[in-house]
Design a protein around this ligand. Structure first.
Ligand code: TQI
Ligand code: ZN
Ligand code: ZN
Length: 169
């Protein structure tokens, strides 16, 4: 079953359009940005929320950054595998991904030697759930289940995720 953060924080009900922006220094390709767009659209399809990309990192509601090691928020990353990414509860909007992971996107030919490959969209859909106020779920098929088998791609919301997010928005 789905859960929320303590106090059930959520984005204000008068704010149905949330902006997101990428840390300019990361110089992400359009392909990578499109993966995040796709991940946002999975949540907007089942809520009244809309997500639009902003060119202004500092003023966006949701700030997406690939960072490594200790990056100043008390939750350092740990290199390959271990912690992959983290996101804070509303209305923080910080979404950090470990720049040392071997991120892969669908359709890219990943060498079979990349045992540590992590599917970017799977992690993005999960972290956006946290950014919107969902905690972890006990339902194994849920996008918000706290573990994922390595090399797995899990991007589809299931009824547990949808019921959880619709209780907030
Ligand atoms: N990052 C953890 C996560 O997002 C960070 C975390 C631990 C956390 N406890 C939390 C965040 C409580 C919010 C509330 O769950 S992670 C997965 C999964 C991670 C793990 O790097 O371990 C995914 C990130 F579910 F696959 F294990 C994304 Cl999809
Ligand atoms: Zn961080
Ligand atoms: Zn999580």
């Amino acid at each position: 079953h789905y859960s929320f953060f303590p106090g059930k924080p959520r984005w204000p009900s008068n704010k149905r359009t949330l902006t997101y922006a990428f840390l300019p220094e990361n110089q992400l390709t359009d392909n990578v940005k499109a993966v995040f767009g796709q991940a946002f659209s999975r949540w907007s399809m089942v809520t009244q929320l809309n997500f639009t990309q902003s060119e202004s990192y500092r003023t966006a509601d949701i700030r997406i950054a690939f960072v490594t090691g200790d990056h100043g928020d008390g939750e350092p990353f740990d290199g390959v595998l271990g912690t992959l990414a983290h996101a804070f509860s509303p209305p923080s909007g910080f979404f950090h991904l470990d720049g040392e992971e071997n991120w892969v996107i669908e359709g890219m030919n990943t060498p079979l030697t990349t045992m540590s490959a992590v599917d970017l969209e799977s992690v993005a859909v999960h972290e956006i759930g946290h950014l919107l106020g969902l905690g972890h779920s006990s339902v194994e098929e849920s996008i918000m289940f706290p573990t994922i088998s390595s090399g797995t791609r899990k991007v589809e919301l299931v009824s547990d995720d949808i019921e959880g997010i619709q209780e907030l928005y």
